[in-house]
Design a protein around this ligand. Structure first.
Ligand SMILES: [Zn+2]
Length: 372
């Protein structure tokens, strides 16, 4: 792998075998890049008269994004960003850490990966509380916590609307709903006023339904969902980040934390989630790839491709998997136009892979060339 050109002021015309993730169709597989951005595409790129760089046999694609990570878990923030960069990620959405830890800076700089962070999550007090969240009670406390996040330059609000999966009883959630409708509504309203999107940890139908009713934009996890609720998610145009790999990692259990019985239960949860995911694709849900990197068995960067593999195993169309990791993820992170697609003006954080990643998304895991 080598560093690519087009970072300096002199534009370079990249001529590839094909282009994936185009915002608009073009006649020729060429991109004019300069100052780290895509300046022109197709015939216009070829006509610009810039020095050409042929990339025979390679398709160019925008670098993917991971919509659900925990930068404070599984290593230091710096190391985890380093791993994400090494894996070729353009951006990550960091969804919750211990209140005592410093919030990673949102990084809209010249270097990937960009970080859209929630800071500490917003959780309930007492049973069902999360160690990755500030413990809060009452609509006013939630409202104030949302404004605190806005003042701290967070780019998203993370709610912990349910507890964790009950590993002893597959199909059950510990503390299925942690906030009242008034608390959820107050948090979402405050986030709207502050201009922040809301992502909610919601496992199980009860929490997902409550979050949809409250206007939460992005459902994280969402296990044990059936057709009517999935259809509602599609109708309301909410996003779903199903984090299959997170449960699969527990089922594979590299450190031997679980009993055989627990692991069997975990596998059944993974299978159910893959079925729901397949159903959601058919019903037109806005599916976005997020790995839950940093949680058990999931290394930052590499975890995105484990999640991708789960989706393909679930039978999702490769093109869906590709867009879920690129253009849809960029839109969810508020970075459409900058990342996740090949469009004029977008960042030229490109990967070169030996085939069309819209047909074979796993090619993104082992790029032969990169431009960042
Ligand atoms: Zn998470």
């Amino acid at each position: 792998m080598q560093d690519g050109p087009g970072q300096g002021t002199k534009p370079v015309c990249l001529v590839a075998e094909g282009l994936a993730g185009l915002a608009h169709p073009v006649e020729e597989p060429a991109l004019l890049v300069g100052q780290g951005r895509i300046l022109a595409l197709g015939a216009a790129a070829l006509k610009a008269g810039a020095k050409r760089l042929a990339l025979p046999g390679l398709w160019l694609a925008p670098a993917p994004l991971d919509a659900h990570v925990h930068l404070h878990l599984g290593g230091t923030v710096e190391d985890n960003l380093e791993r994400s960069l090494a894996a070729g990620l353009a951006a990550v959405r960091d969804l919750g850490h211990r209140p005592a830890l410093a919030t990673p800076h949102t990084r809209p700089g010249q270097v990937p990966p960009w970080v859209v962070t929630s800071g500490p999550g917003l959780g309930c007090q007492g049973p069902g509380s999360s160690w990755l969240a500030q413990a809060l009670a009452g609509p006013e406390a939630l409202r104030q916590a949302v404004w605190r996040r806005a003042l701290d330059q967070c780019g998203v609000v993370k709610l912990f609307a349910s507890g964790l999966l009950d590993f002893d009883n597959p199909g059950q959630v510990l503390h299925p709903l942690t906030f009242s409708p008034a608390e959820l509504a107050a948090a979402v309203r405050a986030a709207d006023e502050a201009g922040l999107p809301v992502a909610a940890h919601a496992s199980g139908a009860q929490a997902v339904r409550a979050c949809l009713e409250a206007g939460v934009g992005s459902i994280e996890h969402g296990f044990f969902l059936e057709r009517p609720l999935i259809r509602e998610m599609a109708a309301l145009r909410r996003s779903w980040v199903p984090t299959c790999a997170a449960v699969k990692a527990h089922a594979q259990d590299p450190e031997g934390r679980h009993s055989l019985e627990e692991r069997q239960g975990l596998w059944s949860i993974v299978q159910g989630q893959m079925r729901a995911l397949h159903l959601a694709e058919g019903l037109g849900v806005d599916l976005v790839l997020g790995s839950d990197a940093g949680s058990y068995g999931l290394e930052h960067g590499a975890a995105l491709f484990l999640e991708m593999a789960c989706w393909l195993e679930a039978g999702l169309r490769p093109a869906t998997v590709f867009t879920a990791a690129t253009s849809r993820a960029a839109r969810l992170l508020g970075l459409a136009g900058e990342l996740g697609s090949l469009a004029e003006g977008a960042r030229a954080w490109l990967l070169g892979v030996p085939g069309d990643p819209q047909v074979e998304p796993m090619l993104l895991a082992k790029p032969r060339w990169r431009n960042f």
